[in-house]
Design a protein around this ligand. Structure first.
Ligand SMILES: [Zn+2]
Length: 243
């Protein structure tokens, strides 16, 4: 097949646009933030489970504390009633019984207050542990939404670049003869498609050509289509090709 040097040069533009399209397509499908966002989602899940456990412990302690408080109220009510009866009693035996019950109620109350203090301390720790976990979750969420927003921007930019390169590619390839473009596309499926030969170096694969390979190129006419013996892409020649 023959093609004018100008048409051949246009293939390089097409090849560059194809490379840009591939790059933008890859970038819009794989934003660099995606891996970390994925990690953060998994971390968020773990942190959430741990938070549920910590909130459960905290709630158990709250229940325990209110149970102790109501026990204290019962003891107080009973002691108040006993004290009233004692004050009104004129029976020494009854008074003795009431005094002994009041003493045992006082011991019971003291035990309950010790237990109450201990539960309050544990509750304070449990509340701090839950709050600490909530802070970690908030940090994870903040980092996640920041990265998601950045990923969305990256995808939007890459999509815009993809669309622009696709439009340019359509415009440039529209000026290339159909049979030449078809040949380029077959070759582009397994190489750069078309590349410039600069100083005996194929810019598609960066191999330096020598010997008989160069001889073949030197003998070819300007409108002959020649390919790189290394990568198979269409080699576009010009003044600085070193031939
Ligand atoms: Zn090559």
């Amino acid at each position: 097949m023959k093609a004018s040097p100008a048409d051949q040069r246009r293939l390089i533009e097409v090849a560059e646009l194809d490379a840009r399209i591939r790059q933008a397509d890859h970038a819009r499908r794989n934003p660099p933030q995606a891996g970390r966002v994925h990690e953060l989602l998994a971390r968020r899940q773990e942190l959430g489970q741990e938070l549920a456990t910590r909130l459960g412990s905290r709630d158990d302690l709250r229940i325990e504390l209110s149970r102790i408080e109501s026990d204290v109220a019962v003891v107080d009510a009973r002691a108040a009633r006993d004290a009233e009866r004692l004050a009104a009693s004129s029976n020494p035996k009854e008074a003795q019984g009431l005094e002994s019950e009041l003493a045992s109620l006082a011991r019971r109350k003291s035990d309950l207050e010790d237990a109450e203090l201990e539960v309050m301390e544990r509750l304070e720790l449990a509340e701090a542990a839950a709050a600490e976990q909530e802070v970690l979750i908030a940090q994870t969420n903040a980092e996640g939404s920041e990265l998601s927003a950045a990923a969305k921007r990256t995808v939007a930019e890459a999509s815009a670049a993809f669309d622009a390169a696709t439009r340019d590619r359509a415009a440039v390839s529209g000026t290339v003869p159909a049979d030449l473009l078809a040949l380029y596309e077959r070759i582009a499926a397994r190489s750069a498609g078309a590349a410039y030969l600069r100083a005996r170096t194929c810019e598609g694969c960066n191999m330096v050509l020598a010997g008989t390979d160069l001889q073949v190129l030197r003998q070819a006419a300007d409108d002959d289509i020649v390919t790189c013996p290394e990568c198979g892409c269409i080699l576009v020649r010009g003044e600085d090709s070193g031939l």
